[in-house]
Design a binder for this molecule. Structure first.
Ligand code: S3P
Length: 181
């Protein structure tokens, strides 16, 4: 299977750069790019913040499952997921079955610095972002570690990250090809 026939799913915490890097990766590979949060917002006709406020987190998570089911069934694209997507058992199982997953792993300082630039994250509202992100790291990092590939995001540009991910995905595809022959 060639890389452009693959579905690549980016996972990781808020601020890890999934959307930016995902767009860059799709451009590099000549593939379509989709952001699952944008798709949830489109389906609901309102922003993520409004979905959380009006209907609560369980409704958002349900929309997230529905959107990911659809996106994964379409195949062949780069998908950036919201930070809680891969944490849901049903989504994680579907990603493992249908795609190659890539965890963008970032340290706390990098995440805090990046999320402080925008105010659209309901999970971080009204508290200390660093403390909340640390709490989420403790819970989620062992789960993100189940992704097929881990890439540390440090200070690299999105373009460099995309090239690294492309190389790592090629390796996974080669290994899978060998195992299947
Ligand atoms: C969430 C992350 C957000 C968005 C929602 C919940 C989370 O996406 O899906 O606010 O639970 O980590 P980003 O990771 O793209 O910010």
């Amino acid at each position: 299977m060639s890389i452009s026939d693959t579905t690549i799913v980016l996972v990781g915490l808020m601020g890890s750069g999934k959307t930016r890097v995902g767009m860059e990766l799709a451009k590099l590979l000549g593939m379509d790019f989709v952001d699952s949060d944008t798709e949830i917002e489109r389906a609901a006709g309102m922003s993520t913040v409004d979905i959380f406020e009006k209907f609560g987190e369980p409704e958002f998570r349900s929309g997230e499952r529905k959107v990911m089911r659809r996106l994964l069934s379409e195949g062949k694209k780069v998908i950036s997921t919201g930070g809680g997507g891969f944490i849901q058992d049903e989504i994680r199982a579907a990603v493992k079955e249908k795609a190659i997953s890539v965890w963008l792993k970032a340290d706390l300082d990098t995440l805090v610095e990046r999320v402080s630039r925008t105010g659209h994250r309901p999970i971080l509202k009204g508290g200390d972002p660093a403390a909340k992100l640390q709490e989420l790291m403790n819970i989620r990092y062992p789960i993100y570690a189940e992704a097929d590939i881990t890439v540390v995001t440090d200070q690299r540009t999105p373009h460099d990250m995309a090239r690294r991910i492309r190389d790592e995905v090629e390796k996974v595809l080669q290994a899978r090809g060998k195992n299947n022959s």
